[in-house]
Design a protein around this ligand. Structure first.
Ligand code: 4NP
Length: 151
């Protein structure tokens, strides 16, 4: 993968209401600050929450740190996403396996994890600490990806 040619990134989790919208918001903020004008979006491997706004707890924790969630609506990953996006980043190993099972073999090189050799744990059924941990991990991950993608 030639990271220097990446111009679009899709973030993927299970429901597209907690981790991947938070990733989209955090990465957009950090990429803009770094002068990296990439097209960002997020999606879920499942459609349980399709059409919903980001989880209230995720959005509140993110807004507290200055991130913007306006206009976001959950959607499921589509077949076109594998063609359209240059890089598709999964929140956890289960999300990556789901993506691999749907992605055409010749496009599988686009799949990777948001956190290098680690996971962004699902905060949905836990307490507020989980949402803060998600943001901490995403902020670190954004800085790592900026190093890779910076032109
Ligand atoms: P996400 O979190 O994958 O980070 O959006 C979840 C959202 C909803 C559910 C699980 C995880 N759920 O089971 O409804």
């Amino acid at each position: 993968m030639n990271y220097k040619t990446v111009s679009s990134v899709l973030f993927v989790c299970l429901g597209n209401i907690c981790r991947s919208p938070s990733a989209e918001a955090v990465f957009r903020h950090r990429f803009e600050s770094a002068g990296l004008p990439l097209m960002l979006d997020s999606a879920g491997t499942d459609a349980y929450h399709a059409g919903e706004q980001p989880d209230r707890r995720s959005a509140a924790a993110g807004r507290q740190r200055g991130y913007n969630f306006s206009g976001m609506r959950a959607r499921r990953v589509t077949d076109e996403d594998f063609e359209q996006f240059d890089l598709i980043l999964a929140a956890d190993g289960s999300n990556l396996l789901d993506l691999k099972s749907r992605c055409p073999d010749h496009l599988a090189y686009k799949l990777d994890m948001i956190v290098e050799s680690g996971e962004v744990p699902d905060p949905y059924y836990g307490g507020s600490d989980g949402f803060e941990l998600v943001l901490d991990l995403l902020e670190q991950a954004a800085d790592r990806w900026i190093e890779r993608l910076a032109r």
